[in-house]
Write a protein that binds this ligand. Structure first.
Ligand SMILES: [Zn+2]
Length: 726
């Protein structure tokens, strides 16, 4: 399955609030204009920062809610310093600061070290990257401030290395709105709350949360929003929500809210490209319907609209249903499954192309398809594929003609062009972030800019996610960092990004944010705004969909509702608030305790893994071994004959693996992507992904598919080096 679809907002990169440096300078320049200063001039907090820190300094559990870019990290430094100093006699203070993402972790570890080491405190950090080589317990014992990625503490509380959260006297949660569901933050707080509600005598640490937005969830009224916020307070055991109330003017001078402009743009009125591709899709659906009487039913649903995300979801569901289709005649089953696999893959590509042509140029969409068909030719290229390729090629000339016809230019791009022209004319130093829906669109818009001579003043860079399923096509973490660095240090002046670049990336000089057919939730909106914080910055929302503008209005409404809810809660008396919070905590603990599900019993029956495309036997579950907890390999020579591999041009190293090749089904005309081949310690082993296979029960013949290994409950056997010598 491909990964050109919608990016889930699976945020990989998270460089946040670097301009804490603003506080290390006595003047009031904008953050972006202040060079980071290594030597510390006398630090002078702003009045609003003192205001925000006050309740936490009084020892209260506090959620600090203030806009991105206002210096929340500095507020936390003030709180931590005050906290450690109050322990000058007898007992010692111990602070843990949690950061969700490695870049933030690195940055905080750096800031805290520099700030506290001059005061004589010991600062250390543990992240997923160095956790194996650092004795966690020892590090916590020997330092005053420990910076952690939260999963480290969750793991060590679970395995008993750290007996309880009572070893700390203060816990600080960065981006604390994440304290919900199964997030590691919440798991840490479960442990805290179990101790609190269980009446333990051990002292509990003070809790401080930092966020730009507490959010309102699905709330439709202020009352519901208040409840949502109370739940967050309950999760963090907070008794105070600190916002800037007395020094609003001063805050507004520091954090500038960009002007937000919604623009309704028009789609093309006639679209020959779309009708040709739609015709090809209809034909392909028809072919698919005729492969099998039974499965043909799947294709009879009416009212599907080509070129939509909905169609994408539908075709993926059909694709999965076809993979587990069973027949008494296994040869026939293989033929049908493979044919349907091909039809549904082609339908997805056509659908992708329509999405591209909707937001970018027709020729981008056409190139996307031409590339796909080139790859098809280069691979197995069986009869079905030849037939589909022929059908496409029959239309190719017409598609080429339509795509270069100037009258088919995308009016949305014209609008984007006008905005860029205007803004760079007003300010040639403008730095832009352009958000788009999919990775394919990132590439298309980059090309559009590069090929458009009237936009030669733009130097585009790109920023995308690591990819859901296919590591090869995404951007690696170092590559993301590098792209951001180039953008920051002049070089590029427009960064085209998918939602990966969403939360809190700090690009200090960015003064134009364009959301191109793109919507996010309320938290995203505020942080996108925080990004364009230079004075005079603007945020454009460009869309042809009136619903999108409506959604954006809803987001603005939600933000107002959130602010209103916070002010109302701040007016409650402390007793009433504490009681409400306590009530929620008790309720949720009851629910949590009653939901403790026993681990699913693994099915010890040996099962077959069949190729998800041609249904050929791949291996048995008894031959599967688990490597480093989450990777799966297959033992034995029989398996080696069932796949072929293609070397990867740029081998990559991640965790303890060196990825060397991709592996494919060896069966003639199949070539289904099964996974990768890696070097692990002294071994060269295949690593397979379960989503490429169908699991067959040997006794009953029942077939199932799983998209993730963790959902497949079989008897897991750990990898053992001695297995390899057998
Ligand atoms: Zn196969």
């Amino acid at each position: 399955v491909e990964d050109d679809g919608m990016e889930i907002s699976n945020i990989q990169i998270f460089i946040q609030e670097e301009p804490e440096s603003q506080n290390f300078s006595a003047n009031s320049l904008l953050p972006s204009e202040v060079p980071f200063n290594n030597s510390y001039s006398p630090l002078k907090p702003r009045n609003y920062q003192v205001e925000l820190a006050l309740p936490a300094k009084k020892g209260k559990n506090t959620i600090i809610c203030a806009p991105t870019g206002c210096g929340k990290t500095f507020v936390s430094l003030l709180i931590c310093e005050h906290h450690l100093k109050q322990f000058s006699h007898g007992r010692q203070g111990k602070i843990v600061f949690f950061a969700n993402h490695i870049p933030v972790y690195e940055q905080q570890a750096n800031v805290f070290s520099r700030y506290f080491e001059r005061l004589g405190y010991r600062v250390a950090g543990i992240s997923g990257a160095n956790a194996d080589s650092i004795p966690v317990q020892h590090t916590i014992e020997n330092n005053d401030i420990i910076i952690l990625t939260p999963q480290i503490l969750v793991n060590n509380l679970k395995n008993g290395t750290i007996p309880s959260v009572s070893v700390f006297t203060l816990m600080v949660f960065d981006e604390c709105h994440n304290t919900n569901k199964h997030h590691p933050y919440n798991q840490i707080m479960f442990s805290y709350l179990d101790q609190k509600l269980g009446g333990s005598a051990d002292p509990l640490p003070q809790v401080v949360g930092l966020t730009a937005s507490v959010g309102v969830g699905d709330a439709k009224t202020v009352e519901e929003a208040m409840f949502h916020i109370c739940r967050l307070c309950a999760a963090l055991d907070a008794s105070v929500i600190a916002t800037v109330r007395h020094n609003v003017e001063e805050l507004e001078q520091v954090v500038y809210k960009p002007e937000k402009i919604s623009r309704k743009v028009e789609s093309r009125t006639t679209n020959t490209f779309k009708s040709i591709i739609s015709q090809l899709m209809k034909e392909t659906e028809h072919l698919a319907k005729n492969v099998s009487a039974e499965l043909g039913m799947l294709f009879q649903i009416q009212n599907r609209e080509f070129g939509t995300q909905k169609y994408e979801q539908w075709i993926v569901a059909v694709h999965k249903a076809c993979m587990v289709f069973r027949m008494p005649d296994k040869e026939e089953e293989s033929r049908i499954c493979k044919a349907l696999f091909l039809y549904t893959s082609h339908l997805r590509k056509y659908n992708d192309a329509l999405i591209i042509s909707e937001d970018a140029q027709m020729k981008d969409a056409l190139n996307y398809l031409k590339h796909f068909f080139q790859d098809v030719r280069a691979a197995a290229f069986d009869e079905t594929e030849q037939d589909l390729t022929r059908r496409f090629e029959e239309k190719l000339e017409e598609l080429e003609k339509v795509s270069v016809d100037p009258s088919n230019e995308n009016p949305k791009l014209k609008d984007l062009y006008l905005i860029l022209q205007e803004e760079y004319h007003l300010n040639p130093e403008t730095k832009t972030i352009l958000f788009v829906k999919t990775r394919a669109l990132v590439d298309a818009l980059k090309k559009w800019i590069e090929e458009n001579s009237a936009l030669s003043f733009l130097k585009p860079g790109i920023l995308t996610g690591r990819g859901k399923t296919n590591q090869a096509t995404g951007m690696t973490h170092p590559a993301q960092k590098c792209a951001l660095e180039t953008f920051r240090a002049s070089g590029d002046n427009i960064l085209i990004a998918t939602s990966v670049a969403d939360e809190g990336i700090d690009i200090a000089q960015c003064n134009l944010v364009i959301l191109y057919e793109y919507v996010g939730n309320v938290i995203k909106m505020i942080q996108t705004r925080g990004r364009g914080r230079a004075r005079g910055s603007k945020c454009f929302l460009l869309t042809s969909n009136a619903d999108v503008i409506e959604k954006e209005n809803v987001n603005v409404f939600k933000e107002k509702m959130m602010n209103e809810s916070i002010s109302r809660l701040q007016m409650w008396d402390e007793m009433k608030f504490a009681e409400t919070v306590r009530c929620i905590q008790t309720d949720e603990k009851l629910t949590r305790d009653s939901q403790h599900k026993p681990q699913p019993v693994p099915d010890r029956e040996n099962k077959k893994l069949l190729c998800g495309k041609c249904k050929a036997l791949a291996c048995y579950t008894a031959d599967i071994r688990v490597v480093e907890k989450s990777h799966y390999t297959v033992l034995g020579n029989a398996f080696k004959e069932r796949f072929v591999y293609k070397l990867h041009p740029k081998p990559k190293i991640y965790d303890s693996f060196e990825k060397k090749a991709k592996i494919f089904c060896a069966r003639q005309n199949c070539g289904h992507d099964w996974g990768i081949h890696v070097r692990y310690k002294a071994f060269e082993i295949p690593v397979i992904k379960i989503e490429s296979f169908v699991v067959e029960d040997i006794a009953t013949g029942a077939q199932n598919r799983h998209s993730k290994w963790k959902d497949f409950h079989f008897d897991r056997i750990q990898f053992d080096a001695t297995d390899m010598s057998k």
